[in-house]
Design a binder for this molecule. Structure first.
Ligand SMILES: Nc1ncnc2c1ncn2[C@@H]1O[C@H](COP(=O)(O)OP(=O)(O)OP(=O)(O)O)[C@@H](O)[C@H]1O
Ligand SMILES: [Mg+2]
Length: 258
């Protein structure tokens, strides 16, 4: 199999995709040696999809997230974000698009260690030059169930609460897309369920497109579509007809967390 064979799923109802990538490659040069972290990936993602990216370690998941998040530019190929060609933009323009359209959530939360929750969540509003920052940040924290933790610093919050601060920070600018790289990877299973509930709510109630990387097939079963990478290529692209609702069913005992 060439690696480019895959099932294209059309969930668009005629709308253009919010993300289109075509034959995307990313090659890292390590001395004389080339690493093809992405090797000709093509994918359409539509507004409102909840998609997970799976695959073994080193298969290119984080590289793909960096491309989708406009954190890095591809070696070759096309990337249209909401119709805009972002594969060839300069850093300033990339940063501007990122701030306007995309929210990020990372495995290790990426919070500032000495800063209270409300100020962490205000930061993207500062960069975007938006007003009523206090009020918006508070609303975002309330939305993730942290209305009573506004002035707590990360060291005064549990792991699950820290990740919820990170989610509030990701959504405060009202992005069309949230990208999350292993958002439940450092959480115990109960906190993981709470974080999944928030993502499912943001996806269902606000129509935010959620894309995340997970190693965990049980977590992936809570999303609508699972794209699997191997050696920088898409080897599977499947629709989950009836995604699980976070908190409603118990993880089977043969799928214990790592
Ligand atoms: N900055 C870099 N320079 C050189 N090689 C890199 C760089 N980043 C990633 N790679 C290589 O590209 C390949 C894909 O890496 P990537 O981080 O995307 O994998 P991953 O699927 O996210 O793995 P994991 O599940 O371990 O996080 C790997 O072989 C990795 O060694
Ligand atoms: Mg990774």
């Amino acid at each position: 199999m060439s690696g480019n064979e895959k099932i294209m799923i059309n969930t668009s109802n005629g709308r253009p995709p919010i993300i289109t990538i075509r034959d995307l490659t990313k090659v890292y040069l390590m001395g004389q040696h080339e690493v093809r972290a992405l090797d000709g990936v093509s994918l359409d993602i539509h507004q409102g999809e909840f998609l997970s990216i799976m695959g073994p370690s080193g298969s290119g998941k984080s590289t793909m997230m960096n491309m989708l998040g406009a954190l890095d530019t591809p070696t070759s190929g096309e990337y249209l974000l909401d119709g805009e060609d972002v594969a060839h933009l300069h850093d300033d323009a990339l940063a501007e698009i990122r701030n306007r359209k995309i929210g990020f959530v990372f495995q290790n939360f990426n919070l500032l260690s000495r800063t209270p929750a409300i100020q962490q969540v205000e930061l993207p509003l500062v960069y975007a030059g938006r007003r009523r920052r206090d009020e918006r940040a508070q609303q975002a924290l309330e939305l993730v169930g942290l209305g009573d933790r506004l002035h707590h610093k990360p060291s005064e919050l549990s792991g699950g609460q820290q990740q919820r601060v990170a989610i509030a920070r990701a959504l405060v600018n009202e992005p069309a897309i949230i990208l999350a790289d292993e958002p439940t990877g450092n959480l115990d299973s109960q906190s993981g369920v709470e974080v999944m509930q928030i993502f499912q709510r943001l996806n269902r109630e606000r129509g935010i497109t959620v894309i995340f990387v997970t190693h965990d097939p049980w977590i992936a079963r809570h999303t609508n579509r699972v794209v699997t990478l191997a050696d920088g290529r898409i080897v599977r692209d499947e629709t989950i007809a009836e995604p699980l609702i976070a908190g409603e069913s118990k993880r089977p005992s043969d799928q214990l967390l790592r």
